[in-house]
Design a protein around this ligand. Structure first.
Ligand SMILES: [Zn+2]
Length: 276
């Protein structure tokens, strides 16, 4: 069984062999599907796409503005927001520009994910490499140890991610039913610089802002639906309590269990989906 889980983890790209201080304010309400914009009423503000606004709110250390279809970075460089290309589902994952990251809705309603709704699996690689590091050694320079229920896990201090993970731990430890939550908490990995298996894109674990927990009580779409392709219809499974998910979300983490291609052990620091 252990062998099976290990092999399956390798397959899903989740294993690692091996906010509040600075992070943005995230929306603690259950509905993040709102497309409400800040600064409504001024034509200039209304020209900013909602996704760009979210990125600016989530990553103020790196993104300072939006002009002429580009994200303006704090180092003075610019990044095209929307390359204008029509993309297939797979291309939205493999060749994402910043705009593609918002092609899917992150639905916090605790219903089963809808067909192909994978908000967060799409990552604009140049943007993430710019923020977290362009290589394993660059990412490592930002990793710090965070206490995690008797373990120490490596997490990046970039964008306040490590502080946010600390806040998650404190929040979980304060729950009245902490004894019941314990079975979900054992870490099976945070940082691991690697490509997603079978794809040419970098795994979220490469950036040090992602943690896998509770592998023994977790579900992954390919375990339940072996042989299925990305665009096939699949059966959903989850054993994680939503209250645990809500705690992570309060601190800027999205949950892989909200993806159509679910990965319920996977929590990833992506505040752009959780800012109001
Ligand atoms: Zn993972």
């Amino acid at each position: 069984m252990k062998k099976y889980i290990f092999a399956a983890l390798i397959l899903c790209g989740c294993i690692n062999i091996q906010c509040d201080a600075r992070g943005p304010k995230v929306d603690s309400s259950a509905d993040s599907t709102s497309t409400e914009r800040v600064g409504e009423g001024t034509p200039a503000a209304n020209d900013i796409p909602d996704g760009a606004r979210r990125l600016m709110a989530a990553y103020p250390d790196f993104i300072s503005g939006y002009a002429d279809g580009q994200l303006v970075m704090t180092d003075g460089t610019k990044m095209v927001y929307d390359d204008g290309r029509e993309k297939s589902f797979e291309q939205k994952l493999d060749e994402a520009d910043p705009e593609d990251m918002f092609a899917f809705t992150y639905d916090r309603s605790d219903k089963e994910p809808e067909y192909l709704q994978d908000a967060g699996r799409s990552r604009c690689e140049p943007l993430f490499k710019k923020m977290y590091g362009n290589s394993e050694s660059q990412v490592r320079t930002h990793l710090i140890k965070v206490p995690w229920f008797g373990e120490q896990v490596l997490f990046t201090d970039v964008n306040g991610a490590a502080d946010s993970l600390r806040a998650v731990a404190a929040d979980i430890a304060a729950q009245p039913n902490f004894a019941q939550l314990k079975q979900y908490l054992k870490s099976s990995g945070t940082f691991y610089w690697r490509k997603v298996r079978g794809a040419n894109r970098q795994s979220a674990h490469s950036y040090g802002m992602t943690i896998d927990i509770g592998v023994n009580v977790s579900d992954y779409w390919l375990w339940k639906n072996p042989g299925k392709k990305e665009t096939d219809r699949i059966i959903y499974a989850n054993r994680f309590p939503h209250e645990l998910v809500h705690i992570f979300e309060r601190h800027g983490f999205i949950w892989g269990g909200r993806w159509y291609h679910y990965d319920t052990m996977h929590f990833e620091y992506r505040p752009e989906f959780l800012v109001p």
